[in-house]
Design a protein around this ligand. Structure first.
Ligand SMILES: Cc1cc2nc3c(=O)[nH]c(=O)nc-3n(C[C@H](O)[C@H](O)[C@H](O)COP(=O)(O)O)c2cc1C
Length: 165
């Protein structure tokens, strides 16, 4: 089994590397996996969430046997948030096993097209005013001010699954 990740600002990479350290599994970025990981290998995939889509997952699922999938997003880990991600990425209930992880956001690192996208998301959330629910109010605040929720304890459920699979 291998760990493969797709990360831009590094929060997803931190989770993937922490999990590699806990398990001794080989860990590669999706880019490096092209030469390091054979087709059809069993994989735990970590990908950052963008507009509910798990970055790199579409590509990775064509090539590898993804047994566990760890989307890393900024929003709170509520059932509704996880269901939106499952739906957007066309996941069914069995495989891969889904472990949502809360990442972080650094406004300083956010540039170019993604900065434009974030500004659109921020304007959209701001326009909802009083109608914003608790999840989106926190999301808005974290996009504006930055946040870091990466915590190795969040890997406990994944580790438990791995040790029993
Ligand atoms: C353009 C853009 C869209 C995003 N969309 C979402 C989203 O739909 N849901 C969410 O929880 N986080 C979203 N985020 C936040 C990222 O998922 C979060 O910052 C993640 O930890 C980044 O991982 P990385 O540091 O590995 O790149 C978005 C970030 C960007 C830049």
């Amino acid at each position: 089994m291998y760990i493969i990740y797709e990360s831009d600002s590094g929060f997803t990479k931190r989770y993937a590397e922490a999990f590699a350290q806990k398990t001794g599994l080989e860990c590669h970025s999706l880019y490096m996996a092209r030469i390091k990981v054979k087709k059809h290998s069993d994989v735990i995939f970590f990908g950052r969430v963008m507009q509910n889509e798990i970055d790199g997952f579409k590509k990775a699922r064509k090539k590898y046997n993804i047994l566990a999938l760890c989307p890393v997003g900024l929003r709170m880990p509520t059932n509704a948030v996880i269901e939106e991600i499952a739906e957007k990425n066309e996941l069914n209930e069995n495989l891969p096993k889904l472990f949502y992880l809360r990442g972080g956001f650094d406004p300083e690192q956010n540039q170019g097209l993604e900065k434009t996208l974030i500004n659109l998301i921020i304007s959209d959330l701001e326009s909802k005013g009083e109608d914003l629910n608790a999840v989106d109010a926190q999301y808005l605040s974290d996009l504006q001010n930055g946040a870091d929720y990466v915590n190795e304890e969040n890997l406990a459920a994944l580790l438990d699954w791995y040790e029993n699979c």
